[in-house]
Design a protein around this ligand. Sequence first.
Ligand SMILES: CC(C)(COP(=O)(O)OP(=O)(O)OC[C@H]1O[C@@H](n2cnc3c(N)ncnc32)[C@H](O)[C@@H]1OP(=O)(O)O)[C@@H](O)C(=O)NCCC(=O)NCCS
Length: 161
Amino acid sequence: MTENQKGKSPKESAVETRYLVMPQQANPHGTAFGGAIVAWIDMVAALAAQRHCGKEVVTAGIDSIIFKEPIHIGDQVLLKAAVNYVGRSSMEVGVQVTREDPYGGNKVIATAAHLTFVALDENKKPTAVPPIVPQTDAEKKRYENAEIRVKARKELLKKIS
Ligand SMILES: CC(C)(COP(=O)(O)OP(=O)(O)OC[C@H]1O[C@@H](n2cnc3c(N)ncnc32)[C@H](O)[C@@H]1OP(=O)(O)O)[C@@H](O)C(=O)NCCC(=O)NCCS
């Protein structure tokens, strides 16, 4: 069995990272600029996708992003990314962004996003990725929900292209 046929659990490629929100990441209202948060999300999600497949990956789409709560200058931001689902060459990655007040310790889920990455071969063509094998109940639920989104997304892309 080759490395690419072996399945991997979401935990094996999951990525967690932290940033401190600096004044240069703020909008004129003094809260974090959405574009800065999106750049962090894209980076952490790409790292999880790359760890899953061990290949070059590109962002094919940012499928949903919800800004539930504002993030403030001086907050710590914890980003957690995990591969939810894979197709042949594509991987859906979910990212959860938690805002943490470093002094009061208050933690709030501020942002959630789903992104699709595609693995490329040496000729920059889409190439097969290893299967994803969800293990825990939470991973299984994320897999099932992602499967519904991926099917709906493919249908939509077919209709509009
Ligand atoms: C993403 C990209 C490689 C897809 O190439 P393509 O020739 O359309 O590839 P295919 O039609 O064979 O599709 C390959 C996979 O991508 C998926 N895909 C393609 N476009 C997609 C989109 N907009 N959203 C989600 N998935 C997409 C397909 O469903 C397919 O998935 P599967 O293999 O798991 O079934 C190509 O569009 C590309 O290079 N885009 C630019 C990427 C980029 O520059 N990103 C920003 C910087 S990283």
